[in-house]
Design a protein around this ligand. Structure first.
Ligand SMILES: [Zn+2]
Length: 153
């Protein structure tokens, strides 16, 4: 799993998680890569070395609209890449706690030192995500939609 600092044509910066550097190229080519802030697909690597988030400092969110990605028809090769990505993501989320809609609350408490750092993932609205980014809270958008544990079955 590698993390790239990405930026869109509007200058928004965000992180993208990939199984390999080839995954990045494939997703970019198939238009799966979009800016979580403005949704544009003109996304490239930000001028900065790729980094892997420190253990225990990973915060990931499912942004609005992402849950629709998996529903559409995809070419087989994209489906395959998507599946590999989903598996890699599932492995990386094993040690992470689902906090659902309380994501912003938890992320803030950790950011301001009111709570110990721990890997969490959950849901945040676009507005919440923008506020958190403005406060300097690091977020990693999930590329593959995750079904909330309480909504399975
Ligand atoms: Zn953007």
């Amino acid at each position: 799993m590698i993390v790239y600092d990405l930026s869109c044509s509007e200058g928004h910066r965000f992180e993208g998680w990939f199984g390999s550097s080839d995954d990045f190229g494939e997703q970019k080519a198939s238009g799966l890569l979009t800016c979580p802030q403005c949704g544009c697909a003109e996304v490239g690597k930000a001028p900065m070395a790729p980094s892997v988030p420190a253990k225990g400092n990973a915060r990931t969110i499912v942004s609005e609209g992402q849950t629709d990605i998996a529903k559409g028809e995809m070419p087989p090769e994209v489906k395959k890449a998507f599946k590999a990505l989903a598996e890699a993501q599932a492995r990386s989320l094993k040690s992470s706690t689902w906090v659902g809609d309380k994501f912003a609350e938890h992320a803030r408490e950790m950011h301001y030192g009111e709570k110990d750092e721990a890997p969490i993932h959950g849901r945040a609205t676009k507005g919440e995500a923008e506020d958190m980014l403005a406060e300097g809270i690091k977020l990693a958008p999930l590329l593959v939609p995750v079904a909330p544990p309480d909504e399975l079955n």
